[in-house]
Design a protein around this ligand. Structure first.
Ligand SMILES: [Zn+2]
Length: 369
């Protein structure tokens, strides 16, 4: 979905956010649903909110002879062995699939359908890729959960991968392309390994370039990762990553997405299997998220900055006792979300906060199962 306002408003840290139109980066928590913007066939900038009517749907995704040849290549097997009592379990989330099922705590996401191109909503491409990944993983002995946008509360698995495709309008629509894989904030070593393995295998298998723009903070704060914000999120001990498979708005990427989805799936499956072959079964240490528990502003209050420097712009001043979620650290500084309310994101000096020993859980009461 394409609405730049939505990129900026939730976090209020303009210099921390890469402005673009990434399908999932908005999902950290737009305060209001963005207007539907369509992406026409091969065209560049479109005025936001001006749908481009497509006369016909694009051809459906198909497998080519080349892909069939690739698919015939044996995949590494991760079958149970005497040391592995149960097969590994992997959750594959189909980005934006069944968004109408989002619970009340994330009701703003119910209208967030992702990228749209020539009659296709993003989830229709995501599910073709995800199902092809599922088939490959199951053939290799992995138990797979195909998950919609709404994930079960505290979902636990040996790996969780959210699958999306991307899109953009504006000046860079003709040139912006490529894939990206990123991991949650506070990523465990297992999440880091998963993201690295998927990225490496995906690039090698598909030949697609990496997106030259780095993953945004919004993408790392993807709602399904945000157990500090939403109850309907994966357990922080579930190794996780999110992949943007390519840009539907770039001709070369689009050709692969529509005509060779099984090649994309092959790259993803190989990456997950390489990660499992290296890491499974996972230790508690490998699953443990990195970083301290809940912080609070000290008795004098605290200031959040756009960068880890008091010379950078102030984001917001918070009162004494304000709960803050630490998501990253550098020497003497924490990158934090304000817990609840506007969910402001910024850097705070370590001297202005105290560790509380409180867990990182959402501010609202736990909903009924
Ligand atoms: Zn998406």
């Amino acid at each position: 979905m394409i609405d730049v306002r939505c990129h900026v408003a939730p976090l209020r840290v303009k210099t921390l956010i890469v402005l673009g139109a990434l399908c999932a980066m908005l999902l950290a928590g737009c305060a209001s649903p963005p207007a539907r913007a369509s992406v026409g066939a091969g065209v560049g900038a479109q005025p936001t909110g001006t749908p481009v009517a497509a006369p016909t749907r694009a051809p459906p995704p198909t497998a080519t002879a080349f892909i069939q040849q690739i698919a015939a290549t044996a995949l590494p097997t991760v079958a149970p062995t005497p040391d592995r009592q149960a097969p590994p379990r992997v959750g594959l989330q189909v980005g934006h699939w069944r968004i109408e099922e989002h619970p009340d705590e994330m009701a703003q996401l119910r209208k967030f359908s992702g990228v749209y191109y020539r009659g296709y909503d993003e989830w229709e491409l995501n599910i073709v890729i995800a199902q092809a990944v599922q088939a490959r993983l199951e053939a290799a002995g992995v138990t797979v959960d195909l998950l919609p946008a709404n994930v079960p509360m505290g979902y636990t698995a040996d790996a969780f991968l959210s699958i999306h495709v991307d899109g953009i309008t504006g000046a860079t629509a003709a040139t912006r392309r490529g894939w990206k894989v990123t991991m949650p904030f506070r990523a465990s070593t297992a999440s880091q390994g998963l993201a690295a393995a998927v990225g490496s295998a995906y690039a090698a298998t598909t030949g697609l370039p990496a997106d030259t723009e780095q993953a945004s903070n919004n993408l790392r704060a993807y709602y399904a990762f945000a157990s500090y914000r939403y109850w309907h999120s994966i357990a922080p001990t579930t190794p996780a990553a999110i992949i943007e498979c390519g840009f539907m708005t770039h001709p070369a990427d689009r050709k692969l997405i529509f005509e060779q989805p099984e090649l994309l799936a092959e790259g993803i499956a190989r990456g997950i299997l390489a990660y499992l072959a290296e890491s499974y079964p996972l230790s508690a240490a490998a699953r443990a998220p990195v970083g301290p528990g809940m912080l609070r502003a000290n008795a004098a209050g605290a200031t959040l900055y756009t960068r880890a420097a008091t010379t950078s712009a102030a984001v917001v001043r918070v009162a004494a006792g304000q709960r803050l979620v630490p998501v990253d650290m550098v020497a003497g500084w924490y990158l934090v979300f304000t817990h609840g309310g506007a969910w402001d994101l910024g850097w705070v000096r370590g001297a202005e906060v105290v560790e509380t020993g409180e867990g990182l859980v959402p501010p609202q009461p736990r909903p009924q199962e």
